[in-house]
Design a protein around this ligand. Structure first.
Ligand code: XMP
Ligand code: MG
Length: 183
């Protein structure tokens, strides 16, 4: 689905499909060199990171393992609750693994700070974060994210995996949801 097809529900397209592809390629080259000779485990955070994971993993020209974690920090609305719940834990033992958490977006940072703390006790050799998007002005806690695609304004965005009430995930671009849709 392209942004033009639902233009009445969006205000601005912030990042296009093409820009995402170029950025993920660029990040993939960095990750290939940073993790040269190391065992790499990508951990995708469901469900928002599904698209980033699919495209980023295929941009990487190297062996890797993939696992998924499902947590919830948002209800049906557009504000972070700060309360994180594990809905699906990893299947993989992190001992000795170089873990790269793949996220769609860092908003308040609360979800990732909780995840980092949770992973820290599982014996990983290293833990880093790759996030396609980051809202710098919304940060409530500082998150050291080594690989960030795009810094965006503090607005609710949808598309490329990001949803509002489970809709818009299949939008190819990342766009600002028009306030009339959720108010
Ligand atoms: P925090 O605030 O903990 O939030 O960094 C992280 C999670 O919240 C979701 N999130 C969004 N989802 N549009 C969305 O569709 C947004 O603008 C947005 N901001 C945060 C997302 O699941 C992220 O992993
Ligand atoms: Mg998410």
């Amino acid at each position: 689905m392209r942004a033009a097809e639902i233009a009445d529900q969006l205000t601005t397209v912030l990042v296009t499909e093409e820009e995402i592809r170029e950025k993920l390629d660029e990040l993939a080259r960095r990750v290939e060199s940073d993790y040269d000779g190391k065992e790499l485990l990508l951990v995708g955070v469901l469900k928002g990171a599904v698209m980033v994971m699919a495209d980023f993993a295929r941009a990487l020209n190297r062996p890797l393992e993939m696992d998924w974690m499902a947590v919830s920090s948002y209800g049906a609305g557009t504000k972070s609750s700060g309360v994180v719940q594990i809905r699906k834990d990893l299947d993989t033992d992190l001992t000795g693994k170089h873990v790269l958490i793949v996220e769609d977006i860092i908003d308040s940072g609360l979800t990732l700070s909780w995840l980092l703390e949770n992973f820290a006790s599982r014996g990983a050799a290293s833990i880093e974060i790759l996030a396609l998007l980051r809202k710098p002005e919304a940060a409530k806690v500082h998150i050291d994210s080594k690989y960030v695609g795009f810094d965006i304004p503090t607005e609710f965005v949808v598309g490329y995996g990001l949803d509002y009430n489970e809709r818009y995930r299949n939008l190819r671009d990342v766009a600002v949801l028009a306030p009339h849709v959720y108010s």
